[in-house]
Write a protein that binds this ligand. Structure first.
Ligand SMILES: [Zn+2]
Length: 176
């Protein structure tokens, strides 16, 4: 009788352990792991109107433009002819052709990169990067996510006070 009772208890304990294990693994693999994976995915694959694979971008862009737009490189100062461009028109994203800046908002900052005091509204995405150890405001094309440059607070005081410091290789100029 006692033996029978003990064996029933044993089965119940085992079953309880099985239930506990099931609950643990359920939360681990069905709730927690997918949650972290989805967070990771959301961070890595933000959806843009223009989305191409890395090799597709590489095929359609000149090497320097690819390095800037897709790999966040910075072109050498004073290397872009657009730095000295004073014609009327607008500056579009070299990757997706979305108009990003108007010549009316271009000014000579003396920095060696095309500089603007404001963007064409809604066409620039603001992000933060820590690549050189401290936070900087990164500017991206809101249509394709291409890296353009950074924004600083030493722009013209009489207008916005902002300096959009943009790599010329990330832009194409469309004359009016
Ligand atoms: Zn773009």
């Amino acid at each position: 009788m006692i033996c029978k009772y003990l064996s029933i208890c044993k089965i119940l304990i085992l079953d309880n352990n099985k239930v506990n294990l099931f609950v643990k693994y359920f939360f681990l693999f069905v709730v927690i792991v997918p949650f972290f994976l989805s967070c990771q995915e959301a961070k890595e694959t933000k959806k843009y109107n223009v989305a191409m694979s890395d090799s597709e971008w590489k095929n359609i862009l000149p090497q320097l433009s690819y390095n800037v737009l897709r790999k966040s490189f910075t072109e050498p100062a004073f290397s872009s002819s657009l730095n000295f461009n004073k014609k009327s028109g607008y500056y579009a994203c070299r990757g997706c052709k979305k108009p990003l800046y108007s010549s009316e908002n271009k000014y000579d900052s003396g920095s060696g990169w095309p500089s603007f005091d404001r963007e064409i509204k809604n066409n620039i995405e603001y992000d933060i990067d820590y690549k050189i150890g401290y936070p900087r405001t990164e500017l991206k094309c809101s249509n394709c996510g291409g890296h353009l440059g950074h924004m600083f607070n030493d722009g013209p005081r009489e207008t916005t006070g902002k300096r959009h410091c943009i790599n010329g290789a990330a832009l194409i100029f469309i004359e009016k």
